[in-house]
Structure formats: C-alpha cells, structure tokens
Design a protein around this ligand. Structure first.
Ligand SMILES: Nc1ncnc2c1ncn2[C@@H]1O[C@H](COP(=O)(O)OP(=O)(O)OP(=O)(O)O)[C@@H](O)[C@H]1O
Ligand SMILES: [Mg+2]
Length: 352
C-alpha cells in the first residue's frame, strides 16, 4: 500500500487545451494515477494552464514528457545505406539537408531504422539500403518546452512528437497485442490508421505491425469547425465554441455548419490512406479517431464513409487501470478520447 512505483506525467501542450495524465508503474502494470485538463483561454498562456493543471491533478511525479507538433517539426521516411544505429546517427547529419526545410544548425535531429520495412526490402534486391524515419525539430521549440517545464519546477524527461505519441498510446492500451493475435497465421500485412483531430491540426500515423510507416499532419481541426459555426450562424467565436459543444438540440445545425470542414478533412485523410496502401502494399483496415475535434457530431461517420474504412472513436481507457480514489472518473471518461497523446507521452514511464 505504501509502495510508490515509478510515475511520469504525459504533458500534452495542445494549442487550445493542456492535458496531463500521470501513469504509475505498479509492478509491470501501468495505472493512471492523475489527470487534469485545462483549457487555454483565447490570448491566455500555456504556463498558467500548466500551473493550474498541477493544482488540479494531484500528481505524484514532477517528471514530464512533452511533445512537439506543427510547423517546427518535420518527420520524413527515407532510405539510408545499411549502417549500425550509431553510424546512422552520424551519417544522417550529412543526409538531412536534402529532407529537412530548416537550417541544420538551428534544429535537433533524431532518427531510427524501421524494422519491418527493413525486413521487407530485404526480401528484394535492394539490400544495401534500409528505411529510416527522420525527425527534425527547431531547437527553439525544444528550448521553449524545456523552459516552460522548468519554469513550473517540472523535470522534462523527454520530448516526443504528437504523431508518435499516438503510436505509443496504442501500444500502451494493449491494442498491439490484440492486433498481433488477429494477424496470427493470416500472413497478411494489415495496417491501422491513428487519427487525432485537435483544435488546430490533425495528426495521422499509420502503423503496420505496431511500427509507423507513414505520418502526416493536416492543418484542419476543431478551431476550423468553430469558425464554420460562427460564420454560418453569425456568432462570436466563443459563442460558436459553446454552441458547437452543446450536444443534442443543436446537432443538426452544427452538422450542417461543419459539413464542409469534415469533408475537407476526410478527403485529405482518404488521399493519405490511398497513398500508404499504394506505397506500402498494405491494407488499412481500420481508422481510430481521437482528439477533442473528433467529438464533433458526425465526424466518425463522415470519415468512415469518405475513406471506405471501418472507423471508430478511440477510448484509450479501455484496458487501462485507473486509481479511482485519486481521480474524478466521470471527468476522465468524458475527456478520454482527447487524452491519447498525453497517455502516449506518459507511456515512457516504462523506459524512465
Ligand atoms: N463536445 C465537443 N464537440 C465538438 N468539438 C469539441 C467538443 N469538445 C471539445 N471540442 C473541440 O476539441 C478541440 C480541442 O481538442 P484537443 O484538446 O484535442 O486540442 P489540442 O490538443 O489543444 O489541439 P492541437 O492538437 O491541434 O494543438 C477544440 O477545437 C474544441 O472545440
Ligand atoms: Mg493535440
């Protein structure tokens, strides 16, 4: 009872909402031991939202994992000569120029060989190269996050990328085991698409055998839906925001107003999924949607219809234990689909 396992807080510094979820390892089992969600008021600052999250969250840990997204980070999938991981890290600095739109002196690079795709290309003739995922992030964006965390007396453990946090959450929730079991014996390569619709952007990460093979950011999100509601109904943004979330009685109005935004978003998604299928020779079986924007009426159905792929809302709490005595469970469950990135960040507790 008095044993304190290792705890880490996944701190998702969203453009509109700060989400913090603490995971504690009890033996090997990850348990959710803290949660807070704080909306950043228009013109408000993230540091204040983080401070408030710490007041509300009853967290044990001060170690945090945050993430970057948006224009300060790029992710590229490329082929490199076969090298050891440490040689790859050296070599990538000389290659990165061709793939990264930033001055290399102003950014931080990271890279990782991709196991599945290496195995696949190994079957063919081009054995002298291996597939690698490369991430470049502006140093300034990283410095800002470190300063923000330290300014709140928090200890930054790692800085991730939103789209990769989705994949880590997927693995944490035990969905990778389920997928492996479903695949058993079929020999077929099946892919799933994780799609997080935030306020200002949508992240896609397509996984095959639990490993990323494609990721992309679409600059469409819940804020575009709010603006569409504001325009159509002649409301101020803040009223449109409340109206959008007001549920049943306004649903038909809202659905009409946000229709064109959902259409644009699902068309972009369709393009991406078709591209992955053509390039990777896999079938994207399922789309799992998360993020606050995904709570909009009709979004799941629209994506399913437009992409022609089974689509469901992702509740990342399924399969995870929650320390009920420390958390407002109703609140946690209400916002569950918006906590996927924070959970994926906190999943790093297992490596801490
Ligand atoms: N019930 C609801 N119906 C529709 N939209 C909702 C609802 N609740 C929240 N949202 C929308 O969710 C969005 C916030 O979601 P989320 O917390 O995932 O964003 P974020 O992480 O801050 O943004 P980003 O990832 O783009 O930086 C807002 O646009 C908000 O309007
Ligand atoms: Mg987000």
């Amino acid at each position: 009872m008095f044993h304190r396992g290792k705890s880490v807080v996944g701190l998702d510094l969203g453009s509109q909402v700060v989400k913090a979820v603490e995971i504690t390892l009890e033996g090997p089992e990850p348990v959710i031991t803290g949660f807070a969600r704080v909306e950043i008021p228009p013109g408000g600052d993230r540091a204040a939202a983080v401070a408030e999250a710490w007041q509300r969250g009853k967290f044990r840990a001060r170690s945090v994992v945050t993430s970057v997204a948006g224009p300060s980070v790029v992710v590229r999938y490329l082929q490199m000569p076969k090298l050891s991981e440490s040689d790859l890290r050296q070599a990538i600095r000389f290659e990165a120029d061709r793939y990264v739109p930033f001055e290399l002196t102003e950014c931080v690079l990271d890279c990782q060989p991709l196991a599945r795709r290496a195995a696949r290309s190994g079957e063919g003739a081009k054995e002298e190269t291996m597939p690698v995922v490369l991430v470049a992030c502006l140093q300034q964006a990283i410095d800002e996050q470190i300063a923000l965390a330290q300014g709140q007396n928090l200890q930054p453990l790692a800085i991730d990328v939103d789209s990769f946090a989705l994949a880590n959450a997927w693995e944490l929730c035990g969905l990778s085991d389920e997928a492996a079991a479903a695949l058993e014996g079929s020999g077929e390569e099946r892919a799933i698409a994780l799609v997080d619709v935030g306020a200002s952007r949508t992240q896609i990460n397509v996984l095959v055998g639990g490993e990323t093979c494609f990721s992309r950011e679409i600059a469409i999100g819940g804020a575009d839906m709010t603006q569409a509601v504001a325009r159509r109904l002649g409301l101020e943004n803040s009223d449109a925001e409340a109206h959008k979330r007001s549920g049943a009685e306004a649903e038909a109005d809202i659905a009409k107003a946000i229709g064109p935004v959902l259409e644009d978003l699902s068309n972009e998604l369709s393009l991406s999924l078709d591209y992955v299928e053509n390039h990777e020779g896999v079938r994207v079986e399922e789309v799992l949607v998360s993020g606050g924007g995904s709570l909009a009426p009709g979004l799941v159905a629209q994506i399913e219809q437009a992409t022609g792929r089974t689509t469901r809302a992702w509740n990342p709490l399924q399969g995870l234990r929650v320390a009920a005595e420390r958390i407002d469970i109703a609140e946690l469950e209400h916002w569950a689909p918006t906590l996927v990135v924070a959970l994926g960040l906190a999943a790093r507790v297992r490596a801490a």
